[in-house]
Structure formats: structure tokens, C-alpha cells
Design a protein around this ligand. Structure first.
Ligand SMILES: Nc1ncnc2c1ncn2[C@@H]1O[C@H](COP(=O)(O)OP(=O)(O)O)[C@@H](O)[C@H]1O
Ligand SMILES: [Mg+2]
Length: 235
């Protein structure tokens, strides 16, 4: 579904990603793990069309989308749930969700998708008229995931969904991701939380200083001494 090769990307003249190769097959849940500053967000944003790469290819369902912009990525069926729970604070839960579904590819399914999201996150249903700013961190994370789903994506990309959440809410968020994946949604997940993300994913990539240094089945990566060495104290 997603095939990235030789991707070089960064900010201005500074390259952060130095030739990334990564693929995600339809139906997979793939984890990209790496410490703070490794380049995870830069990669997610480049895939979503928010950063223009300087070299390399990003093929999505066979079409080249590298450097084509965010609108093209959304139209192709890629939704990014950004890091940092960026809700529209003065809008209600319902309004935030509706904004996620304004794209023509999503609009016809808004009501049905909304029902699915409320099934997945009953807390959002209870709070549909509450202003997003007054929600807890965990509820805001559910809301941004919900907003991403409203775009009717084929590929859902999440940037550090567990960051700053209590263990209980992390479990809840990850439970929802598992359920979405079991229902057929393809997911690419960037995480510093190596243990957790390798536990839910099929395959994983380890990124270090803008390069993929290890890849394989998540269960193998979790056991790999190299991963353990890189994340001592995290596994
Ligand atoms: N807007 C920016 N301008 C310049 N450098 C940036 C910018 N955003 C991130 N960086 C740099 O890019 C590198 C990778 O950052 P990032 O992709 O955010 O890593 P991660 O998400 O893995 O923590 C870091 O060295 C960071 O300082
Ligand atoms: Mg990041």
C-alpha cells in the first residue's frame, strides 16, 4: 500500500532523514520506533505531504505522492494524527469530528463514521457537546484519533499516541487501535514506547539519526539484543 524508498527529507537545507526505505502492506499495523529526535515526526509529516522531500519516492497504492502536498495525501486516503493532541479547543467534540470529514472523499460517510467512532470511544459520545479544551489529555487523544478516522482513511498514521497518557488511557487508546486494525484499517504508528508498540504491531522499523537501523517482525525485534541495547531500560 505504502512504499517508501531512498527518502531524504528535512527542514530547509538541513537533511534529517538520510535515505529511508519503508513499506506498509494493506491490513498491517506497522510500528516506527526511535528515541526523541530520531526523525519519526519528520518522516510522518513527509508521508502526509506536510514536508517536501529532497529525494526519494513515496508510492501510495502505486501512485507517486512525494512532494505533492497534504491535500493530495488526504485525497489518496492518508490521515495523520499529529503528535501533541491538537484539538480545536473552542469547538465541541462534535464540531472537531465534523471538521475531520470535510473532504469530498469523506463527506458522504460522515454520519456512519461518526457512529463507529462513538462506538469505539463511548466517552466521546457522552461528551459530544463539550468544548474540546475542557477534555482530559486522554479524551483529547481519542478526539484527534476520531478526527483522523472521519477523513475515511485507507492508511491511518499516528505520531506518538501514547505520549503523556496514564497507563490506563494508553491501554484504552491501544485497544482502540487494535480493534481498528482488526476491522481492516492499515496503521503506521510512530512511538518512543518501544515495548508497547512492538507488542501491538505486526512489523517494526527502528529509526536512529534519520536512518532505519533495524527492521523485522515485531516479535523478533522485541527479542533482538540490538533493540534491547538501543532501548535499555525501555523493554
Ligand atoms: N521545524 C524544524 N526545523 C528544524 N529542525 C527540526 C524541526 N523539527 C524538527 N527538527 C529536527 O529534526 C530532528 C528530528 O526531529 P523529529 O522528526 O521531530 O524526531 P522525533 O519525532 O523522532 O522525536 C531533530 O534533530 C529536530 O531538532
Ligand atoms: Mg516526534
Amino acid at each position: 500500500m505504502l512504499e517508501i524508498s531512498g527518502l531524504v527529507s528535512g527542514y530547509g537545507r538541513i537533511s534529517i532523514l538520510h535515505g529511508i526505505d519503508l513499506r506498509v502492506e494493506k491490513g498491517e499495523l506497522v510500528a516506527l520506533v526511535g528515541v526523541n529526535g530520531a526523525g519519526k515526526t519528520t518522516l510522518m509529516k513527509t508521508i502526509a505531504g506536510l514536508i517536501r522531500p529532497t529525494a526519494g519516492r513515496i508510492a501510495f497504492e502505486g501512485s507517486e505522492i512525494a512532494g505533492e502536498g497534504a491535500e493530495r495525501a488526504v485525497a489518496a486516503g492518508i490521515a495523520l494524527v499529529p503528535e501533541g493532541r491538537m484539538v480545536f479547543p473552542r469547538m465541541t467534540v462534535w464540531e472537531n469530528l465534523m471538521l475531520g470529514g470535510v473532504h469530498p472523499r469523506a463527506r458522504p460517510y460522515r454520519e456512519a463514521t461518526l457512529e463507529r467512532i462513538f462506538d469505539l470511544f463511548p466517552r466521546l459520545a457522552e461528551r459530544r457537546d463539550q468544548k474540546a479544551a475542557t477534555m482530559s489529555g486522554g479524551e483529547q487523544q481519542m478526539l484527534v484519533i476520531g478526527r483522523g478516522l472521519m477523513a475515511q482513511p485507507k492508511l491511518l498514521i499516528l505520531d506518538e499516541p501514547s505520549l503523556g497518557l496514564s497507563p490506563l488511557l494508553v491501554q484504552e487508546t491501544y485497544g482502540a487501535l487494535r480493534k481498528l486494525n482488526a476491522d481492516g484499517l492499515t496503521i503506521l504508528l510512530a512511538e518512543q514506547n518501544v515495548k508497547l508498540s512492538l507488542a501491538v504491531s505486526n512489523r517494526g522499523y527502528v529509526i536512529e539519526n534519520g536512518k532505519i537501523v533495524l527492521t523485522g517482525a515485531s516479535s523478533d525485534l522485541a527479542r533482538d539484543p540490538a533493540t534491547r541495547k538501543a532501548y535499555l531500560g525501555r523493554l
